[in-house]
Write a protein that binds this ligand. Structure first.
Ligand code: BTN
Length: 326
């Protein structure tokens, strides 16, 4: 975070509503008063509101609704994740931007975040609705020292991190995980995870953890066809959510659980995942590329594969599927 504009914003966020004079900012940042004024105008165009207090300077009245790097950074407690954030008003897909960044060698924990996506995608190349300024549409690029076959487990690590962040920021609902990548609240989908990787046969170069989280949508913001299956954190909490705070908490838990996974393996994550799962113990219908399997979801294995006991007592392992919980 090096630009003068970002430094000015950071000063106002730290000042907590107290006025700061233009001269003081100019002296601190070693630029002219005219430069300060120009950056203040740019911040206003980004949606920040200031007033002037006589003989004291400018005062921040209201924050922008945008998920810019500075707002997230004020809440961030991580060692690596989110230390570089690429924020866009609009992109095709944050996954596509992240693939480009990986090619240019971007650091572990780099985040791509957008206010809206014109070609947001979910699992199985399904379109992902990315309402302007309402959700969190982001991809985190991580470079864990794991083997390519372990990559799907990161979807479960991510789900556990999302659940913990939601629990910390919201009190009025209990989120749960539907295997492998859906976060549900009261049976409706609130978030989804899309894990992609760039790898050689024996080495992961980078994982792209794409997360779409419905945060501040109201019911009417969803397209008609999603009304009965989608919800947002704000709908369930009955309150608007501070998206920047939520992103910072999520990055914190993701870094914490990723580090645990890389050091200790999947066992501690499995316990946390099972505790938050709404799939285990239920009758499910799993549609895989080859077959449809019905039965009781009895658990996940030591590597995160779902096990289903069919009516004949046979136990089937499911690596990837669409799951309907009945
Ligand atoms: C799913 O449930 O199918 C996964 C949805 C993942 C959507 C996110 S939004 C940010 C990132 N960019 C994309 O194009 N997709 C993921």
């Amino acid at each position: 975070m090096t630009s003068i504009k970002d430094k000015i914003l950071q000063r106002f966020l730290e000042a907590g509503g107290e006025p700061i004079s233009g001269q003081q900012l100019a002296d601190e940042l070693l630029v002219s008063r005219t430069a300060i004024w120009k950056h203040m105008k740019a911040l206003q165009q980004d949606g920040y509101t200031f007033d002037t207090v006589k003989k004291k300077g400018y005062r921040l009245l209201a924050k922008s609704n945008k998920l810019d790097e500075v707002q997230i950074a004020t809440h961030l407690t991580t060692a690596r994740y989110g230390h570089k954030i690429h924020h866009y008003d609009e992109v095709d897909s944050t996954q596509i931007v992240a693939h480009e960044l990986i090619r240019s060698g971007t650091a572990d924990g780099t985040v791509v975040i957008a206010e809206t996506q014109t070609a947001g995608r979910g699992r199985m190349q399904r379109p992902w609705d990315s309402a302007q300024g309402r959700g969190v549409w982001m991809t985190i690029i991580i470079r864990p020292n794991i083997l390519p076959h372990q990559a799907p487990q990161f979807t479960l690590v991510t789900a556990v991190a999302l659940i913990h962040a939601m629990r910390e920021v919201c009190q009025n609902f209990t989120p749960s995980i539907k295997w492998p990548n859906d976060i549900l609240i009261n049976g409706k989908k609130c978030a989804g995870i899309l894990t992609e990787m760039v790898a050689e046969a024996d080495r992961i170069q980078a994982l792209l953890i794409g997360t779409g989280i419905n945060v501040n949508q109201e019911q009417g913001d969803f397209p008609e066809e999603l009304h009965h299956i989608a919800t947002s954190m704000a709908i369930e909490e009955s309150e608007k959510i501070d998206r920047a705070l939520f992103v910072a908490k999520y990055l914190g838990y993701l870094e914490q659980f990723s580090d645990i996974y890389v050091k200790e393996g999947f066992a501690p994550i499995k316990t946390l995942w099972e505790e938050a799962s709404s799939t285990i113990g239920k009758h499910v219908r799993a549609t895989t590329l080859r077959e449809v399997i019905e039965g009781e979801a009895i658990g996940i294995t030591e590597v995160g594969v779902l096990e289903i006991r069919t009516a004949t007592g046979e136990i089937k392992s499911v690596y990837s599927a669409d799951i309907e919980v009945q």
